[in-house]
Design a protein around this ligand. Structure first.
Ligand SMILES: [Zn+2]
Length: 356
């Protein structure tokens, strides 16, 4: 059964989005029609609006939570009425089947595409089941939308890619949606110190609520000096793990300088995880990799797959990860355009949600 839906459309060259009425057809194959209840505003969508250049209109939004309205004939594990997270990471069928990327007919022969294979900025979405994570009937918190992107990107950068372990000293640069999730992940993993770094005091206040043991405004204080003064292990000053959620040459180099050199004989220096991309290319001073034996790695979606996402959901349900605390404002879908503008102007701390 086809449904009338409202979706956000972005056209190349535009700064913002327009809301359009469309007809979504019945799902085919492995597709699932989901009624979206809440969707998050991710900064990477702003980047996508700037970068995409095919000229085709795009549907946006890559994290959401909702209820299955209809399933395609090949869908086996989901049923009408099931609650789901919509994520841009294919979580089923990997290596077995290539997920079908969503497209939507806008009428007059115009077909909108998607950048990540899914869209969540709208009243409904029509997605491949590979992009859906099942929830329980009790999982009604709209903040679970963040499991689709921000939470897994940040928490996974700390826990899975960064391999944060008990008693380690961690620095998180950038306390937006992803940074807050990295802080929560490091705290959950048992880090001794979690230093949150940002240029905005309001973001830092929020970081303390999510598990940061200390904060630093890098606009007014010297980050590297502070870390070397307050963190160390085995006589080597600096952090065991630094997560750069910004991804610029400046922050990636600060991260590398904050990481501690290898303890003599261990051959293992501090680790840096770059979890954000704002600048390409990023350049480094190379000697630290050799002499200090520091390690740097990139993280896409926190290195998570289905199993890790399900484990994270359990951590949320048991209260060990406060995903609700990362949501700082909620807007109506009709006001999505205004919320996107606020995101662009840097006025949103943490994560904003839009609800249908
Ligand atoms: Zn995102």
């Amino acid at each position: 059964m086809s449904v009338s839906a409202t979706v956000a459309v972005h056209t190349a060259g535009q700064d913002g989005i327009t809301m359009q009425e469309v007809i979504l057809p019945s799902p085919t194959g492995h597709q699932v029609l989901v009624t979206i209840e809440a969707s998050g505003l991710c900064r990477s969508q702003l980047r996508q609006m700037t970068l995409h250049g095919s000229g085709a209109p795009y549907l946006l939004g890559h994290e959401g939570v909702g209820v299955v309205a209809e399933v395609g004939p090949d869908v086996r594990d989901l049923n009408v009425g099931d609650r789901v997270v919509v994520t841009w990471i294919p979580v089923t069928g990997e290596g077995v089947r290539t997920p079908q990327w969503a497209t939507v007919d806008l009428g007059d022969g115009v077909v909108a595409e998607t950048i990540d294979g899914i869209f969540t900025w709208g009243t409904h979405t029509l997605v491949d089941e590979s992009f859906l994570v099942p929830l329980t009937a009790a999982d009604t918190d709209p903040a679970l939308s963040l499991v689709g992107c921000a939470l897994i990107t940040g928490l996974g950068s700390a826990v899975y890619v960064g391999e944060c372990s008990l008693g380690e000293n961690v620095v998180v640069i950038g306390a937006g949606g992803v940074g807050l999730a990295a802080i929560a992940g490091a705290a959950c993993a048992g880090a001794a110190q979690v230093l949150a770094v940002d240029i905005d005091d309001a973001a830092l206040a929020l970081a303390r609520e999510l598990g940061a043991t200390s904060t630093l405004n890098s606009r007014t204080s010297d980050l590297v000096e502070h870390v070397r003064a307050t963190m160390g292990r085995g006589g080597m000053r600096g952090a065991d793990l630094v997560i750069d959620c910004v991804g610029e040459t400046l922050t990636a180099n600060q991260a590398l300088e904050c990481a501690r050199p290898a303890i003599q004989g261990s051959g293992i220096g501090g680790r840096v995880v770059v979890a954000g991309v704002r600048e390409v290319p990023i350049t480094f001073e190379g000697a630290q990799f050799v002499i200090d034996q520091k390690r740097i790695t990139g993280a896409l979606a926190g290195g998570m797959g289905r199993r890790e996402i399900l484990t994270t959901l359990d951590a949320i349900r048991s209260g060990r990860v406060n995903v609700g605390g990362m949501v700082t404002e909620t807007a109506r879908l009709a006001d999505l355009g205004k919320a996107v503008e606020r995101l662009r102007r840097g006025e949103i701390h943490g994560r904003a949600l839009v609800v249908s």
